[in-house]
Design a protein around this ligand. Structure first.
Ligand code: AMP
Length: 940
């Protein structure tokens, strides 16, 4: 058919004009459920283009184009329903409208659901949920329609019945948002589960009683604490009481399905309640804490509503280990920590995602407000960070401290909209309907276990008191709190329901409450399912009680080193390397042959190879870790022919431990927190996080402050995470020079972590090995190099590597006569080579240079030994590249003073104090660098 003829046909055919809309509607119905249209229409729609067997949700102009083409192939009758009369068209049209109505409820029913226990939400009118919007009315109620894919278990229903059913399913206590999911299987699965029971399955008597017991416990515990410790902060759960039966139900069901460990992260709201009523912490211990008693073994300790806890919980499928992660006051930061911890546990359990369940509990303002939540959603399906999906629960009490107006807290209707970025189903539920809560909890768990993806439960509740119990909420939320004051507690509401249903009598309810109070008086564990811990699989004892100076043997034979080196430079013959990478590998082969000394990259990889060979696994993540930001590592080789990747480190030997190197998502905060979580859950793995540039660690400041530097002092949790932070003044400007060494030094105390600045390949080799060989797990902060990676003087011999010792201090390497030395310069890092080079050029013999390779814990004794040679020297200098207010000068000066001879003076040679870490102009940088080196070497 000529194009013009076709156009004429189209314009005049019943496919055009108003009928086009009809066909489009039919097509939409078909997309949603192919069985919902007649056979003839289906065969036409089936002929439309597909990708991998999936219909394209093509735009309608494309569909029209397809119809034009189809029309060109045959008579108009092809498009007919088989009934040519207007009447049949009309009933087909109504049928389509009914299917559209079903679709509308699936999409937007949640907007009319009864979600707010206080009834204060102002819901906008959703016309799509009205019959009239679909040209239907009550006069059609008796007409029987095909219900398409509506999974009620019937093919047809009278409209009246269907309409009621839709309202029960989508507009009751559950508001299900899932139509944003593009995966048809997931969408259909959710529809099946929700629609088949109209969102309200039968609940048996035992379950009902268990739910009530949970509510009695939730309420009873808060009341008990409130009367025993009036005015004390406890961040009561009251209003969100359903969380207790919900969590217990979740754990029980997970255990029944084979889960062995559940790791929970939550902020302070309701935490004490969860500790006592779910994890089984003894109330008497909690009361003691309220009374001021504390664990003497911890250094700083922490407030009780940040404390973590571990226990086992009996379920029909066996005991489940529960770990509530310690949490600081940064509300959402614990989420990636939990996920990292879960990943470590999964790695121990052969990556069977069903065995370990992460549960994160969020606040409504925080989940929408804090960027780390987005970061974790983004990580949730990635290779290096996936944990088989997280069950995320929002305790949506509708207030963030004192802020509750939506226009102040977020820009979206729901606080959970962030979850749509990974197409997670979002199940809003009215917490005053605990049976609905239990239904969505099981639904969420099953979804997570089946699809290994995140799922969100928005537990819509309220907060009976202020932010804490001494706060006055009426000052900021007067109407809400007038309502709350009159609102019955969840236990009362549900007890009344069970009494009305005849499940229990009033006396039975009273007895449950009395029993709970008596248990509290008794102070013993109130969780029937509590069991002593047997299910966790790591023993931390070997790592307890060691400090950084614990002796260790890191030596390794030359023969072994050479063998490891050979394995490192071996890759399949057909794995074609890019020319610059090939050069790196050719050089590495020359290093092994003894034709050149080892550079940084080779020494670093040899360290990893030796560690996995000796049986310790390695997990390494960072933004460019496979290649290395500065093109030095090339641990992952990319075949230039087909982009396949090969990691020689995974082919060191048959019996080696696993090693994974992941290029991470472009995040610092969540990735660092994830690795912290991993390292605190797995002492038998060298866990490394690398920043692209050192100062990018700023984005993870909360993790350094609240977890890494202080976690052991606050919570007694050891962590052997190694953090590589590229640092060095090479003239790259303010953002790419400094890893902000001063910030890490400022956080040093109690031997909380190690801060090292290795200056040779042998040092990095032995530093990395020391981190795993020594039976101590403390974080290691490394100022790692940039230009030193290729510096001709920063090279080492295999012998130096094999020695197996990390030197915390390195004395003078040139053959100076100690008694001729008039000045000693102490320094760390790259500036050492500038000083050495210049001194050699100057042919100076009166200035000695000492390198401090570990700034914290300060190696007092080793330093004293080296310094002893220069006890006659009165002129001591600390030289650094950083501005005076940065670097080690202010933070470590007290250590320097302690090691220099009595009566000696200590002066500073470095950049002047500066608000910016570095200048932006190369010429100024060069001049500054020249000045500071001159300054350090010039004896005045
Ligand atoms: P979890 O599996 O996290 O519940 O931990 C179980 C037990 O192992 C805890 O009760 C601690 O005794 C111990 N533990 C876990 N993580 C650490 C850690 N990072 N440092 C020291 N001990 C730990």
């Amino acid at each position: 058919m000529q194009e013009s003829v076709m156009k004429a046909w189209w314009d005049s055919s019943h496919m055009a004009g108003a009928n086009a809309a009809y066909v489009e509607a039919l097509y939409e119905a078909y997309l949603d459920d192919p069985q919902s249209v007649t056979d003839s229409w289906r065969s036409i729609f089936d002929a439309l283009p597909k990708v991998d067997g999936v219909e394209l949700e093509s735009n309608h102009s494309q569909i029209r184009e397809q119809f034009k083409k189809l029309a060109a192939l045959g008579p108009l009758a092809r498009c007919s329903t088989g009934k040519s009369s207007d009447t049949s068209n009309q009933s087909d049209e109504k049928q389509v409208k009914v299917l559209q109505l079903i679709n509308a409820y699936r999409f937007r029913g949640h907007q009319h659901a009864n979600l707010d226990p206080l009834g204060l939400w102002q819901q906008e009118r959703v016309r799509d949920l009205e019959l009239s919007h679909h040209s239907l009315s009550e006069t059609d109620f008796d007409t029987v329609f095909n219900v398409g894919s509506y999974a009620i278990g019937k093919e047809t229903m009278p409209l009246g019945e269907l309409f009621k059913s839709l309202n029960r399913t989508y507009c009751s206590s559950l508001g299900a948002e899932y139509m944003h999911i593009t995966d048809t299987e997931q969408k259909r699965w959710l529809q099946q589960r929700i629609e088949s029971v109209e969102a309200r399955p039968e609940v048996d008597r035992d379950t009902k009683i268990n739910i009530l017991k949970g509510l009695v416990a939730a309420d009873g515990m808060e009341k008990y604490l409130g009367s025993k410790f009036p005015g004390a902060k406890r961040f009561s759960l009251e209003g969100g009481d359903a969380l207790i039966p919900m969590l217990k139900g979740l754990i029980t069901e997970a255990g029944t399905q084979g889960t062995k460990e559940v790791v929970v992260g939550m902020a302070h709201r309701g935490r004490l309640n969860v500790l006592v009523n779910v994890l089984g912490k003894n109330p008497s211990v909690l009361f003691d804490e309220f009374g001021g008693k504390h664990d003497e073994s911890l250094g700083a300790g922490d407030v009780k509503y940040h404390a973590g806890y571990s226990s086992d919980f009996a379920t029909p499928g066996g005991n489940v280990h529960l770990a509530l992660a310690f949490n600081p006051s940064h509300l959402e930061i614990v989420n990636p920590v939990v996920m990292g911890s879960v990943r470590a546990r999964l790695d121990r359990r052969e990556n069977d995602e069903g065995k370990v369940l992460p549960v994160t509990i969020h606040g409504d303002s925080a989940i929408a407000g804090q960027g780390v939540v987005q970061e974790t959603f983004n990580m949730s399906q990635t290779r290096g960070f996936a944990v088989g999906g997280t069950v995320r629960i929002v305790i949506n009490n509708q207030v963030g401290f004192t802020t509750s107006k939506i226009q102040d807290t977020r820009s979206t209707q729901y606080c959970t909209d962030i979850a749509k970025m990974v197409q997670a189903p979002i199940l809003h539920v009215n917490s005053d309907d605990p049976e609905a809560v239990l239904f969505v909890t099981k639904l969420a768990l099953d979804f997570r276990n089946k699809f290994k993806r995140d799922v969100v439960i928005d537990l819509v509740c309220y907060r009976r008191h202020g932010h804490n119990e001494s706060d006055e909420p009426n000052a900021t939320q007067p109407v809400m709190y007038q309502k709350i004051k009159k609102h019955p507690v969840p236990r009362e509401i549900y007890a009344d329901q069970l009494i009305a249903e005849g499940v229990l009598g009033e006396q039975d309810v009273n007895k449950l409450m009395e029993d709970y109070r008596a248990a509290m008086d008794h102070g013993a564990c109130v969780v029937e399912e509590w069991r002593p811990m047997t299910e966790h699989s790591v023993d931390w004892h070997p790592f307890l009680g060691h400090d950084w100076d614990t002796p260790y043997d890191g030596s390794i034979s030359l023969e072994t080193l050479k063998h490891l080196g050979e394995r490192l430079v071996t890759y399949p013959e057909d794995h074609k390397l890019q020319s610059r990478v090939n050069k790196v590998y050719t050089d590495r082969k020359a290093m092994l042959a003894g034709d050149r000394k080892l550079d940084w990259g080779m020494a670093e990889l040899l360290a990893y190879a030796s560690i996995v060979k000796e049986g310790t696994s390695i997990r390494f993540s960072g933004q460019d870790s496979g290649r290395g930001t500065f093109f030095h590592r090339h641990a992952v080789l990319h075949n230039q022919t087909d982009s396949s990747a090969y990691m020689p480190l995974q082919h060191i030997s048959e019996d080696q431990a696993p090693i994974e190197i992941y290029d991470s998502v472009l995040s610092e905060e969540a990735v660092m927190a994830f690795e912290y979580g991993y390292a605190t859950a797995e002492p038998e793995c060298l866990t490394i996080w690398e920043a692209q540039f050192g100062d990018f660690a700023n984005g993870a400041q909360v993790v350094f402050d609240q977890f890494l530097s202080s976690g052991e002092a606050k919570w007694g949790r050891l962590c052997g995470l190694t953090v590589l932070l590229p640092h060095g003044y090479e003239g790259q400007g303010p953002e790419h020079s400094s890893a902000r060494l001063e910030r890490f030094l400022q956080l040093c105390a109690d031997h909380n972590w190690q801060v090292c600045v290795p200056s040779t390949p042998a040092q990095v080799f032995n530093m990395i090995r020391r981190q795993v060989i020594r039976p101590m797990r403390k974080p290691l902060i490394v100022m790692s190099p940039k230009s030193l990676l290729r510096h001709p003087m920063a090279v080492s011999s295999l012998e130096e590597l094999s020695e197996g010792v990390f030197h915390n201090v390195i004395g003078e390497i040139d053959e100076l006569t100690a008694k001729d030395v008039k000045r000693v310069v102490m320094c760390s890092g790259k500036v050492y080579y500038d000083l050495l080079d210049q001194r050699r050029k100057n042919e100076q013999t009166d200035v000695a240079i000492i390198r401090l390779e570990q700034l914290y814990p300060f190696p007092q004794e080793e330093c004293a030994k080296i310094v002893a040679e220069y006890s006659h020297v009165k002129d001591w200098v600390w030289c650094q590249e950083e501005p005076q207010n940065q670097g080690a000068w202010y933070c470590s000066q007290h250590h320097f003073w302690q090691v220099i001879p009595d009566g000696a003076k200590l002066t500073y040679a470095g950049r002047p104090a500066s608000a910016s870490p570095a200048v932006g102009y190369l010429s100024v940088h060069n001049q500054q660098q020249k000045n500071l080196v001159e300054d350090a070497l010039t004896i005045k």
